[in-house]
Design a binder for this molecule. Structure first.
Ligand SMILES: *Cc1c(COP(=O)(O)O)cnc(C)c1O
Length: 222
């Protein structure tokens, strides 16, 4: 299993443009899988549960150069733990959470890298800003000076065809450009976190800078 993880990572890495950052999503996977991916050269790992990540991180202290990415829905009461355990939070999905993270980050003396999660199409199963909701929140987000807002994250609604998925990614890319052109002091739009196992090629075509891959690297989660 470990050698096949190495092979798959090598294969996927070779198929991605060198500028695209591969985030290995290891939710529900044991630390042996993280170690195998690490041995294959991966340094960016994505987890979606604070508690699960904490217990794995405690077993991986000998791998200090891992960058941890939080990719799940973050409840306000777990914001502090998220900041203590993760260098990146891809899933900042509302203004209140952003402001809370900003305040806590200041207290903790950390500078978290974050993406703003957006919904291009309505999706009752996902959190995040719709475009009309996000634009009026930008001035307040620009005041979150401890957060390093680096770009946008999106997950298309389940079950779309490729053309519609591409539209979602491309619209996210355009939205990032529009926001970048507004020249905010503390909102950068250099990163696009988009693309999972089933759709990362479309995301890369639309300009993704970070892809979050689980199943295609490690097999089905049980
Ligand atoms: C689980 C998950 C992924 C990885 O999904 P795969 O289809 O297994 O590649 C990516 N992003 C988020 C937000 C996830 O929850």
């Amino acid at each position: 299993m470990i050698s096949s993880i190495n092979e798959r990572i090598t294969q996927i890495r070779a198929s991605l443009p060198p500028s695209v950052r591969l985030i290995a999503v290891t939710k529900q996977m044991p630390t042996e899988v993280i170690r195998a991916a690490y041995a294959a050269g991966v340094r960016d790992f994505g987890e979606n549960r604070i508690q699960e990540a904490a217990s794995k991180q405690a077993q991986l202290h000998d791998l200090p150069d891992i960058t941890w990415h939080f990719i799940g829905h973050l409840q306000a009461n777990k914001a502090k733990k998220a900041l203590e355990q993760f260098q990146w939070i891809h899933s900042v999905d509302n203004l209140k959470l952003a402001q809370r993270l900003d305040q806590l980050a200041q207290q903790l003396g950390v500078n978290p890298q974050v993406c703003l999660q957006v919904k291009i199409l309505p999706d009752p199963n996902k959190s995040g800003w719709s475009v009309p909701e996000l634009l009026p929140d930008l001035p307040a987000l620009n005041q979150c000076k401890t957060l390093q807002i680096q770009g946008l994250m999106t997950i298309p609604p389940f079950g779309l065809n490729d053309a519609k998925i591409f539209h979602v990614f491309n619209s996210t890319s355009k939205l990032a450009k529009d926001i970048a052109e507004q020249n905010w002091d503390h909102i950068h739009m250099d990163q696009l976190s988009m693309g999972m196992s089933g759709d990362y090629q479309l995301a890369v075509q639309a300009g993704a800078t970070m892809v979050r891959l689980g199943t295609i690297l490690f097999g089905q989660r049980t």
